[in-house]
Design a protein around this ligand. Structure first.
Ligand SMILES: Cc1ncc(COP(=O)(O)O)c(C=O)c1O
Length: 408
């Protein structure tokens, strides 16, 4: 079975993980990451959300509103809530990113930060963001780049356009450190505040954490190997992999127990390897995206998201009607289609109880029930891509188009 993504963990990463080192490998990873991102500073955290939590604290934000997309990964608003602030959700535009036109209406004296997210790698509109920043120079912009490693808007890398950027580094991301997160910034004062905060709040990684990361890395690569992936998928559907794959509980707003246990040196070594391969991995995703878009352009049951030039394509995303049927039929023909992101955060139970108003987020709601992710891998493989195209053509033959995205 062809999985929807291939974790970026190969022989080089496993060798790096296994090679003992007497250096500060996390620091070496930070330096390599700062260099590839062309930023003054990079500070590593146990998760991307731990980095966001630290950032909100270091920006001095408490009991403030943080404007963030309704259509994002739920761990992001979870970190906002845990930091003692409140998320103010804004619906998406046609590219699935938060509609910056709408953001204007939500900035007021309570606003502590704006979280701009380039979802699926699609760059936020930096011209509109420039406008917003000019009008509200005291409101820091945080770029959530967990999906957008080196994404550009008109040749401007989005991660450099704000107070800081956060990155997630789990195995489903464009590059990985097994787990982990990174914050980048050009602000030396903010960087040293983040380092001090991390030293105060984060405990040193234990040997047990190192061993469990190693075991996880060893298990993950074969689990996504196409000849074995059918079995992995069956185990996942039976709920036997929940411990590894379920990353949120829709009833709870929480962060994982180990969100303040520092990144291991082993993860740092894997991260250094990955940093060197980042541009090649982005290129492979762009090739899949271009291939699928051109070969499936005439399929009426498939609608492509608007994707501005400069996307680094964390996910190849299209929309379909009757997603569960499409996914089930594709799986029966040997192709896994993802459904990231399959919820609109304000509609999750925990947020329905938290939010006092009953605003709706119609674009986010439609996206959450209609998006599919087409498979990618670390290197572009035309045979694999052609098989996916063939399966999708059969599955979507005569299918009706997905519901249109509402105009808001
Ligand atoms: C858009 C987005 N932002 C932030 C994060 C947070 O990353 P982490 O899981 O490392 O906390 C994720 C994680 O999947 C994400 O998808």
């Amino acid at each position: 079975m062809i999985p929807r993504f291939q974790p970026p963990l190969g022989g080089r990463e496993i060798i790096a993980a296994l090679t003992p080192s007497f250096s500060d490998d996390v620091r070496l990873f930070e330096d390599a990451f700062a260099k590839v991102m062309e930023q003054g500073h990079a500070i590593a955290f146990p998760y991307g959300r731990s980095g966001l939590l630290a950032l909100l604290k270091c920006l001095g934000l408490s009991n403030r509103s943080v404007i963030c997309p309704a259509y994002t990964c739920v761990v992001v608003p979870n970190a906002v809530v845990v930091s003692g602030n409140r998320p103010v959700f804004v619906d998406s535009g046609r590219d699935a990113n938060m509609d910056l036109d709408h953001v204007r209406g939500f900035v007021d004296e309570t606003t502590g930060a704006i979280l701009a997210t380039s979802i699926f790698g699609n760059p936020v509109d930096l011209d509109m963001l420039d406008d917003l920043r000019a009008k509200h120079p005291h409101v820091p912009v945080i770029q959530d780049c967990a999906h957008s490693f080196i994404t550009e808007w008109n040749s401007r890398p989005v991660h450099r356009e704000g107070a800081a950027a956060i990155f997630g580094l789990n195995v489903s991301k464009t590059m990985t450190a097994i787990f982990g997160g990174m914050v980048t910034t050009d602000d030396a004062e903010l960087a040293s505040a983040l380092r001090e905060h991390r030293a105060r709040t984060t405990t040193a990684p234990t040997l047990l954490k190192t061993m469990s990361r190693l075991a996880y890395a060893f298990a993950v690569a074969p689990a996504f190997w196409p000849p074995l992936f059918g079995l992995t998928d069956r185990l996942r559907r039976a709920g036997l992999l929940d411990r590894f794959t379920r990353y949120y509980d829709e009833e709870l707003i929480e962060l994982p127990d180990d969100h303040l246990v520092g990144m291991t040196g082993l993860e740092g070594r894997v991260g250094v390897e990955q940093t060197g391969r980042l541009s090649a991995m982005i290129e492979a995703r762009r090739m899949y995206d271009g291939y699928y878009r051109s070969r499936l352009a005439d399929v009426s049951g498939l609608e492509w998201l608007e994707e501005p030039h400069g996307s680094s394509v964390s996910h190849v995303v299209a929309r379909v009607a009757d997603r569960q049927r499409v996914r089930a039929r594709a799986a029966a023909m040997g192709v896994e289609l993802g459904e990231v992101i399959e919820y609109s955060v304000p509609d999750l139970a925990a947020y329905r109880s938290l939010l006092s108003d009953d605003r709706s987020f119609p674009v986010s709601a439609v996206l959450s029930t209609t998006v599919i992710n087409l498979p990618t891998s670390l290197r572009f493989d035309e045979r694999k891509a052609a098989k996916v195209v063939g399966v999708l053509r059969r599955v979507l033959d005569g299918a009706k188009p997905p519901p249109a995205l509402p105009v808001t």
